[in-house]
Design a protein around this ligand. Structure first.
Ligand code: NDP
Length: 445
């Protein structure tokens, strides 16, 4: 790191004590910006880094609700409006017991660069709550969502801040949130949330977009070596929205996903994941991966270790942050894995990234590889604004083009800075430059 980067990082740690995931995300970005800063004194003169690491607005609020037994429950809600240089704040809502302000800030910070990479004029934000939807009835989830939106509705709008889903927030939650927003504001602002149901302004291909996009990105990475996913064995972690549609796209491109996981353990299915059964268990029944294994001959459940112990050609982490550590990375490399594309946000620890880069395998960070989700959310906003609805092929074709463009931008930037194949540098420098130049144009705000 150069001296200025060091100083900014130390300020971030001092000012945001205990927010370890946020520190990690900032460090990963700042570390790779040095070459971009060197030829550009205007970034330093305009306090770009100092402004970039400080959210424009941080909203923290009480979310009271009543459970089915009549007890009052209190959760904490967050919305971090991080950077609006390129457009309205855009980023998902996460409902998970581990959520705290540091996790939402790391996600919001990542989102700035990811959204810039899409080229669609969207700023960076993120939100959520420490509410756990697991084991809650639909009525409880609805009451929680209504209470959460009662506060959030003051801060969002189609040209201000446009939330979407993330871990624990899918179509059901977005429906309840949208209903409450409409009721409170007396406005049918279709563009205030994305990931909506198809009957009220949702976009075809949004459900599939993050998983599809991650696999398309992996395909492009392999393409730089004259290779493809055809015939490849793939380890996938997670079993939620991103993992399911990564498996679907992998199968369409001739790859074989042999693992899925959740927080209770993982399943190995050497014959290849049965997609229909996976969707039935996870999307229809809201079950666990163990329920999948119980109904799938030949599949086995493992409770110790992680999916990364299963030999594979390609790894797609699609669960959560820091799920792939240095040891797991070393195991993947030892077993011959040549490509890692992140469907989740920051799933690889800094030690894991170092292992991948030292081994010279293809590694793409989430802000590039999983940008298809937010890109298709921006396509949903576009359809809402023009009151049109594209068919699946149209939306999917646009997603495919955007992912190819993000991939190529990362590759070109990495080459321009003399580090061919370094997708971390490519993604961070491309995203940073797009945001930084606009922040300079807007003046010191
Ligand atoms: P879902 O809630 O649909 O699924 C999350 C999956 O990850 C579940 O299988 C869950 O298991 C598992 N998981 C979550 N937390 C943990 C944990 N602490 N330990 C082990 N497993 C865990 O979320 P998504 O699929 O939407 O999101 C997955 C990742 O992709 C996240 O990092 C998210 O930020 C990222 N992402 C999502 C986008 C989207 O469009 N949905 C867009 C871009 C990135 P369990 O049920 O046991 O908790």
């Amino acid at each position: 790191m150069n001296a200025q980067v060091d100083k900014v990082y130390e300020q971030v740690v001092a000012r945001n004590r205990g927010e370890v995931e946020f520190h990690q995300a900032v460090r990963e970005v700042l570390d790779s910006l040095t070459p971009a800063l060197e030829g550009h004194p205007e970034y330093t003169e305009n306090g770009l880094l100092e402004r970039l690491v400080e959210p424009e607005r941080q909203i923290v609020f009480r979310v009271p609700w009543v459970d089915d037994a009549g007890n009052v429950q209190v959760n904490r809600g967050f919305r971090i409006e991080f950077n609006s240089a390129l457009g309205p704040y855009k980023g998902g809502l996460r409902f998970h017991p581990s959520v705290n302000i540091g996790i939402i800030k790391f996600l919001g910070f990542e989102q700035i660069f990811k959204n810039a990479l899409t080229g669609q004029g969207i700023g960076g934000g993120k939100g959520g709550s420490d509410f756990d939807p697991h084991g809650k009835s639909d009525a409880e989830v609805m009451r929680f969502c209504q209470s959460f939106m009662t506060e959030l509705s003051r801060h969002i709008g189609p040209n201000t801040d446009v939330p979407a889903g993330d871990i624990g927030v899918g179509g059901r939650e977005i429906g309840y949130l949208f209903g409450q927003y409409k009721r409170l504001r007396n406005r049918y602002d279709a563009g205030v949330l994305t990931g909506k149901g198809l009957g009220f302004g949702g976009s075809l291909a949004r459900t599939e977009a993050t998983g599809y996009g991650t696999v398309l990105f992996a395909q492009s990475m392999l393409g730089t070596k004259g290779d493809s996913l055809e015939g490849k064995t793939v380890a996938v972690s997670g079993s939620g929205n991103v993992a399911i549609y990564a498996v679907e796209k992998l199968q369409a491109l001739g790859g074989k996903a042999v693992t899925i996981s959740d927080s209770s353990g993982y399943v190995v299915d050497e014959a290849g994941i049965d997609l229909d059964l996976l969707k039935q268990v996870k999307e229809v029944e809201r079950g666990r991966v163990a329920d999948y294994a119980a109904r799938r001959p030949g599949a086995r459940v493992a409770t110790g270790g992680s999916v990364w112990q299963v030999p594979c050609d390609v790894a797609l982490p699609c669960a959560t942050q820091n799920e792939l550590d240095g040891d797991a990375a070393a195991t993947l490399v030892k077993n011959g894995c040549g490509v890692v594309a992140e469907g989740a946000n920051m799933p690889s620890t800094p030690e894991a990234i170092e292992v991948f880069q030292k081994a010279g395998i293809l590694y793409a960070p989430g802000k590039a590889a999983n940008a298809g989700g937010v890109a298709t959310s921006a396509l949903e906003m576009e359809q809402n604004a023009s009151r049109t609805r594209w068919d699946f092929e149209t939306a999917n074709a646009k997603l495919t083009d955007i992912m190819a463009d993000i991939h190529d931008s990362c590759v070109e930037t990495a080459e321009r800075y003399g580090q061919p194949g370094n997708y971390v540098l490519g993604a961070n420098v491309t995203g940073f430059t797009r945001v930084a130049d606009v922040m300079i144009a807007h003046g010191i705000i």
